[in-house]
Design a protein around this ligand. Structure first.
Ligand code: KG4
Ligand code: ZN
Length: 327
């Protein structure tokens, strides 16, 4: 079964063709990142306008790469939320018109869940149930996954998302946008134990809070002219504290749910230090830990097509009343 996936939740415009929920035939991604950089964050109006302009071409190039004709598509899966309203509506409207024009079924997919699904695209056979941690620019959540449609939220951020904290700290340090890759790069030459930053307490044991640590960095640097070495130490210490809290809570979630599989996804999961720390902690606790390929950590339509396939098989369908779901 061939699924066309469409993803336009933030600044990316992506179309993918995925066979039977696992085999990526094409996964084309365009980003409007360059146009947002000077503002230090994504400007929704710019993102949705660029998505409107590029979506047809992106789909055409995915079809060409996969050597698939529109008539060969069996299902259209589209991100229905959460995300930026205008951006989501571009993808949803596009998917709905294709579904109507081609008389093919349509299915709206949750973007956050699709991030952990990215792990299943590499042919990984991960047994259910498992604990999933999604760390992205908009979300930080721990889930207990009994099945692709039986998902329990174990914990989530009370304030900023993890990627958002990387972006804000990078801005404070003048490292540019997006902050995650910039922090990771400079942190490589810093000392992770130089400054003791902490992620603060949360209401629930498995919830997260990242706004306090961001403020701690802000106060730490206030009124100081920083050398490159100092920026590297601050970045490394911040990164270490964030990773430590993610690892601790993810392992705790596995213990609480008595599962031995931990699946991680989302943009922040591309971070090499984070991946190493998770693999090491998982080994210490006899857990199997899974990460998607780094390219599949970022927003892409293959993960949408893959999850759409799994849900379609379970009988889920959307109709033309499908609209953006911001929750
Ligand atoms: O999943 P994603 O592509 O988009 C959302 O759904 O939000 O995640 C983007 C986020 C950004 O905040 C970015 O700074 C962060 O992921 N990120 C990273 C790294 N690469 C991207 N954070 C830490 N280290 C990285 N290497
Ligand atoms: Zn995402």
């Amino acid at each position: 079964m061939i699924v066309l996936g469409i993803e336009t939740s933030c600044d990316e415009t992506s179309a993918a063709l995925v066979q039977d929920g696992r085999k990526i035939l094409a996964n084309t991604v365009a980003s409007s990142l360059e146009f947002h950089k000077k503002y230090g964050g994504v400007i929704p109006e710019i993102a949705s306008r660029m998505q409107l302009e590029t979506i047809s071409g992106i789909m055409e190039s995915a079809l060409k790469k996969a050597q698939i004709k529109l008539k060969d598509i069996d299902l259209i899966g589209v991100t229905s939320g959460p995300g930026l309203l205008g951006s989501l509506l571009v993808g949803i409207s596009f998917a709905k018109s294709l579904s109507l024009g081609l008389a093919k079924p349509l299915l709206g997919v949750n973007h956050v869940y699709s991030h952990f699904y990215a792990n299943f695209l590499a042919g990984e056979k991960i047994k259910l149930p498992f604990v999933a941690l999604v760390v992205s620019g908009g979300h930080t959540s721990l889930f207990y996954i009994r099945d692709f449609d039986k998902i329990e939220v174990l914990g989530e951020t009370q304030d900023d998302a993890c990627g958002e904290a990387f972006d804000k700290v990078a801005k404070i340090l003048g490292l540019g946008y997006p902050g995650g890759p910039a922090i990771e790069k400079i942190a490589a030459s810093g000392e992770p134990k130089k400054i003791r930053f902490n992620c603060y307490g949360t209401r629930g044991k498995l919830d997260f809070s990242f706004s306090g640590i961001k403020t701690a960095v802000l106060y730490y640097v206030k009124g100081r002219r920083l050398s490159r070495k100092e920026k590297a130490d601050i970045s490394a210490s911040f990164q270490e504290a964030v990773i430590e809290t993610l690892v601790t809570k993810a392992i705790l979630a596995c213990k609480m749910k008595k599962v031995s599989r931990l699946v991680v996804g989302g943009g922040v999961a591309a971070n090499n230090r984070l991946r190493d720390k998770f693999y090491a902690a998982a080994a210490d606790h006899n857990l199997s830990c899974y990460f998607p390929a780094q390219s599949l950590c970022m927003d892409n339509a293959a993960m949408i097509a893959g999850l759409a396939y799994q849900l379609f098989k379970k009988g889920y369908r959307s109709d033309l009343s499908l609209t953006a779901d911001l929750n």
